[in-house]
Design a protein around this ligand. Structure first.
Ligand code: ARG
Length: 467
């Protein structure tokens, strides 16, 4: 049997393998809600403009609402023979209300329909992701406030560089996540134009009101060019790109959690809630959730690459290749959502071992810069000379196998005779972080203030979201 939605000129149905490669219903059924929202707006507009009779519109609306309820209840039967979500819903509408169902597709095509559905889905998802990222920021800022003064080693090249505070480290991620939210917001602002009514590619001869449907669906305006409307997937690419950067950030944090969890670092503890054991090594506690967040970033990054490659070289306008946008977008954004939730859980769960962190904060001559700065400030040495003197002191301490603070005053004076007892005041890690009061620096006072500022801002936003 030929396809009842478009099979007029066909005599037989598709080969089995044709149906298998062609059908998208297995994954685009996720668009059901958005598809029905779009159809309701379209039908109302067709009624308002007099293209359809009010009776037909009423029947269509009633039928679509029944279908929404069936899908919600899980009683709707999705059929592969009907290819995709659009035709599955239209076909069921025909079962429910008869021939009026066939009028719903007046002045539209699946090309503008699917573009509208996808924009709605991405927009809904971006809004949900924004709230989730905010929640993770809240978890991090809370830890930051609690551990604003907890000293830990700061690294460059993964070598001990200078002491920093754990709170400062947490707030670094809060900043990254703020930029992620900004990128998603930007993508959302650009995607918020409605392609519905572009029809197959050229627009339509029916007197439709695209402003009406755009407004009904919460879009800022209808898209301006019908060809662009059905062939554009920038909105998906931009969102995936923002998602990929966010996933990359999460993966860096996940890597740090994994590192900090090792017995060699032992900076943090994760409870039984976020760790697993080994089936052979009874002593082990593995940070699987963190490792998976790190690993799943690969999927999100891959989805961005995948869609870029699908789109590159496609001539205007719609090509079936574009059906390949869906699985990657769905999977990537759902994966990001899962990672955000797991990360927020881990951050709330983790307990820093402030003693271990402090011990290692002083390792690797991490206060050498403080010593050099003292030489500049107190002895008025040019920084380059101070750097050289400090380098010699570090060499001396290293050769004796001690930290800088364990050198005696006379040992120091052999290198630079003007050094006084006062120098020992800057060699402690706590002193070091307390002195870093420059804008954006790691001083506990800064960190406390920044953490409080973030928490207040996030609380305000959350309140606004709750309405
Ligand atoms: N399932 C299709 C997609 O996701 C819907 C659009 C089909 N359009 C067409 N002309 N065959 O891209």
């Amino acid at each position: 049997m030929s396809n009842r939605m478009w099979g007029g000129r066909f005599e037989s149905g598709p080969a089995e393998i044709m149906e298998e490669i062609n059908a998208s219903i297995d994954f685009d059924k996720r668009l059901a809600t958005q598809d029905i929202r779009g159809s309701l707006a379209h039908a109302a507009m067709l009624g308002k403009t007099g293209i359809l009779s009010q009776e037909d519109v009423a029947a269509i609306e009633g039928g679509l609402k029944t279908i929404a309820a069936e899908i919600e209840a899980g009683t709707f039967t999705f059929s592969r023979a009907l290819e995709d979500i659009h035709m599955n819903i239209e076909s069921r509408l025909r079962d429910l209300i008869g021939p009026a169902a066939g009028r719903l597709h007046t002045a539209r095509s699946r090309n503008d329909q699917v573009a509208t559905d996808m924009r709605l889905w991405v927009r809904d998802t971006v809004d949900a992701l924004d709230a989730q990222i905010a929640d993770l920021q809240e978890a991090l800022a809370t830890k930051a406030a609690e551990f604003a003064a907890a000293v830990m080693p700061g690294f460059t090249h993964l070598q001990s560089a200078q002491p920093v505070t754990f709170g400062h480290h947490c707030l670094a991620y809060v900043e990254m996540l703020a930029r992620d939210r900004g990128r998603l917001r930007d993508a959302r602002a650009r995607l918020n134009e409605c392609p519905l009514g572009a029809a197959a590619l050229a627009g339509t001869s029916f007197p439709i009101d695209r402003h009406m449907t755009a407004q009904a669906l919460g879009f800022d305006r209808p898209t301006a060019n019908s060809l662009d409307s059905v062939s554009d997937r920038d909105f998906a690419l931009e969102t995936l790109s923002a998602a990929a950067i966010c996933a990359m950030h999460l993966s860096r944090l996940a890597e740090e959690i994994t590192l900090w969890m090792t017995p060699q670092f032992a900076f943090i503890k994760l409870s039984d809630k976020f760790t697993t054991g080994s089936s052979i090594m009874p002593q082990k506690r593995n940070p699987d959730a963190a490792e998976l967040v790190r690993g799943k970033a690969g999927r999100v990054l891959g989805a961005l690459q995948g869609l870029l490659v699908v789109m590159k070289g496609l001539p205007l306008t719609y090509s079936k290749d574009m059906q390949e946008d869906k699985e990657g977008v769905f999977d990537a954004l759902q994966t990001l959502s899962l990672c955000l939730a797991a990360m927020a859980g881990m951050i709330r769960d983790l307990e820093p071992d402030t003693k271990a962190m402090k011990k290692w904060a002083g390792a690797g001559f991490s206060t050498a810069t403080d010593l050099a700065d003292w030489l500049v400030r107190v002895l008025a040495l040019p920084f380059r000379d101070a750097h050289h003197v400090t380098g010699r002191l570090v060499g001396l301490a290293a050769s004796k196998g001690v930290g800088l603070e364990k050198l005696t005053l006379s040992e120091m004076q052999e290198v630079e005779p003007r050094i006084t007892q006062e120098i020992f005041g800057v060699l402690g890690v706590e002193k070091s972080v307390r002195s870093r009061v420059s804008h954006g620096g790691t001083a506990p006072a800064n960190v406390k203030r920044e953490a409080r500022r973030w928490l207040a801002r996030l609380a305000k936003e959350a309140e606004k979201r709750r309405g």
